[in-house]
Design a protein around this ligand. Sequence first.
Ligand code: UDP
Length: 454
Amino acid sequence: MEKEKPFGEVKKRRRLILVPCPYQGHINPMLHLATFLHQSGFSITIAHTFFNSLIPNRHPDFTFLRLNDRLSDDLVASSDLVSVLFAINDNCKASLEEAMATTVRDVACIIHDELMYFCEAVASCFGVRSLVVRTTSAAACISRLAIVQLQAEGRLPLLQVSMEEEVPNLHPLRFRDLPLSAISDISKMAQIILNMYTVTTSSAVIWNTIPFLEPSELTQIKTKFCNKIPIFPIAPIHKISPTSSSSSLLKEDSTCLSWLHKQPPNSVIYVSLGSIALLSNQELQEMAWGLANSNQPFLWVVRPGSVRGSDGLEFVLKEFQEKVGDRGCIVEWAPQNEVLGHRAVGGFWSHCGWNSTLESLSEGVPMLCRPYSGDQRVNSRYISCVWRVGLALEDHELKRKEVEMGIRKLMVEEEGRQMRETAMNFKRRIEDCLRKDGSSSCSLKELVDFIMSF
Ligand code: UDP
């Protein structure tokens, strides 16, 4: 973000309690927001769970409060995110109430992730304002609300429609793009959607999106669902404050940067499927051989535990290594923003998590989309059909030939070149939003003034 003087002077330091949801894609935006608000003069307490616990000494400017989530190892290992989220919301309330009882006089408001909806009731009970942070797109919100509607109409599971058909009023989303979870019970899922999007006493919504990216979606939300409270679209959150200390749950391997320095401009495809996606060993093999056969340099993140039934790196067979040699670099976790901003990186094979999508657009890097779950299919559809900055790999079993062709199309063919140009335009427009008087800067200033008014 452009260095400007801080937004106004906060006369009296007032404490804000920020409550991230304990997954990487939610922790990162909340900590950037926390840093920005601290720089704007507020004192910050981060209330975090035991599960995926943060490391306080990495963030000396903040105070930390641990919430007793009482999650069992079995539940965490089940990959049933919806059940984990219900348990977190049920179990963390008591710890937050206890902390509020002693600090309430200093607290200006509680700012919580949309999935930590228990905070709204706690704030209201102590007579303190609360603000919700939405870490997924406006389109994802609308598509989730469509799921609730389908559930209310008794149309789930989807048996009577072709998955290729567009969902009425949700152009360009098809039924197959809806963020339905294969693991979770549909009624539980509809309930969690309602819990996260029903705003009863919250005072405002802070949204990691930009009006120019989703103009009609945001307008629709404002008119239909937002209960007339203000929305502050402040994306991309990762650019609103410097990352002085990493919020990564895994250790970043920065050796890949020295490998990148040796590669020609725009030649490398960066491959990362985020912090949650799980693949089969077969899929990993197809990815590996597709990458090998594409003849493009690649930087590939293979997260520990991301391959079912293996340690992830077992696939690095002698034959594969011999074919790839120095053309490939594999790490367990990368400093993603530095990687995407590196001149050598010309494409991003992504699972299309919302943070990764915004991070890629912010650096002008076109994408090869292979979504897995949740809102990722919605993002993939917008990347390929609305913003036209990426290609979607087909949603069936991955084949190495398809991977090879997709990579070549993105990295060396005319279609990819055009997408890179379009992506660079997005980068410029995003930079404009972050300049003084840009839409995100104005929203941030309004947000600080709003909190100051409490
Ligand atoms: N990330 C990273 N290093 C990696 C892979 C991912 O730092 O090797 C970060 C990435 O920059 C993003 C977050 O992890 O901020 C992943 O969030 P996203 O919403 O893209 O996906 P999720 O992990 O929630 O599926």
